[in-house]
Ligand binder design. Structure first.
Ligand code: C2E
Ligand code: CA
Ligand code: CA
Ligand code: CA
Length: 280
């Protein structure tokens, strides 16, 4: 550019232009993804370690892009958050997952708890509690069968607003779990004010469980001990080995989720998986 500083060429590099273009294109595609029915949900079971029974399932969104194929949430949720599209996507996820739970309940799975991820933007929107109430009413799903997963950082973006919202939803009977616990900057004084029922230990700490005396194992143990004292359910995410499961069981962890049990899968596959699991 004329008259620009000598380092300005960086802003006009073809690669960067291509990347910005790709991003804009992806954003436009994402804007239409819902109406074009390109979003889909997979469900991953969560097992109770005490009873060995499936306690619930977590809904995880995917995007089947017509040109690029299946896109993982980590590759489009950040863009959705940045652009605000996450509000519309979040509504779609909650509605679709609750409608699915209704069908499972009609097929006799009345004890299943449905876990749904909420992003920071959703927690900042004042009408969320009304939206959730409407979705529950429309699907006939009882509030105590819905567990909303939130992260420490998303709560801390606007603590006052988040606390008020969580309290209203808690009064309705909705459950809350802190997701990826241990990876954010935890404010314990604030955390204890939240109406929480569960903590999910981040996968990164579970991976280090087998190294005796390692830091990850120490952190996982501390989170489990603290959760028990605070009367919170504690769930380990990303459990991949039998060794990890046994270790978690001996530490008193309440539940596990991970590839050891099952990968996230489409709703029909989950129903078949549940039938097989119950037969064992
Ligand atoms: P998350 O909520 O922590 O979800 C768990 C992620 O770990 C999932 O990745 C799941 O497939 C993966 N996982 C489960 N078990 C194992 C295991 O044993 N080993 C390994 N290596 N991975 C395992 P996924 O589905 O790609 O989702 C990534 C993240 O995207 C989620 O992390 C969540 O933060 C976000 N996400 C997914 N769906 C939604 C949604 O509907 N709304 C929002 N706001 N975020 C979502
Ligand atoms: Ca989650
Ligand atoms: Ca998680
Ligand atoms: Ca995670």
């Amino acid at each position: 550019a004329k008259g620009a500083g000598r380092n300005d060429y960086r802003f006009f590099s073809p690669e960067m232009d291509a990347r910005a273009h790709d991003k804009l294109r992806l954003e436009n595609d994402l804007r239409r993804a819902i109406e074009r029915h390109e979003l889909l949900l997979h469900y991953q079971p969560q097992m109770d370690l005490l009873t060995g029974k499936v306690r619930g399932v977590e809904a995880l969104v995917r995007w089947l892009h017509p040109r690029l194929g299946l896109i993982a949430p980590n590759d489009f949720i950040p863009l959705a958050e940045e652009t605000g599209l996450i509000l519309e996507i979040g509504d779609w996820v909650l509605n679709t997952a609750c409608q699915q739970l209704r069908r499972w309940r009609e097929q006799g799975q009345t004890d299943l708890v449905l876990a749904v991820n909420l992003s920071a933007r959703q927690l900042q929107r004042p009408g969320l509690d009304l939206g959730v109430a409407r979705t529950l009413a429309a699907s006939g799903v009882p509030a105590h069968c819905l567990e909303l997963e939130i992260t420490e950082s998303s709560v801390m973006q606007d603590p006052e607003q988040a606390l008020a919202l969580l309290r209203r939803l808690h009064q309705m009977g909705v459950l809350f779990a802190i997701d990826d616990f241990g990876t954010g900057y935890t404010n314990f004084a604030y955390l204890k004010q939240l109406p929480l029922q569960a903590l999910k230990i981040d996968r990164s700490f579970i991976q280090g469980l087998s190294q005796a005396g390692g830091d990850d194992a120490a952190i996982a143990e501390a989170i489990i001990a603290m959760s028990r004292k605070m009367n919170l359910r504690v769930i380990a995410e990303g459990v991949e080995t039998e060794e990890q499961r046994l270790r978690l069981q001996s530490l008193g962890c309440d539940g596990i989720q991970g590839y050891l049990l099952a990968r996230p899968m489409p709703a029909e596959a989950l129903m078949a998986w549940l039938a097989g699991h119950a037969a064992h």
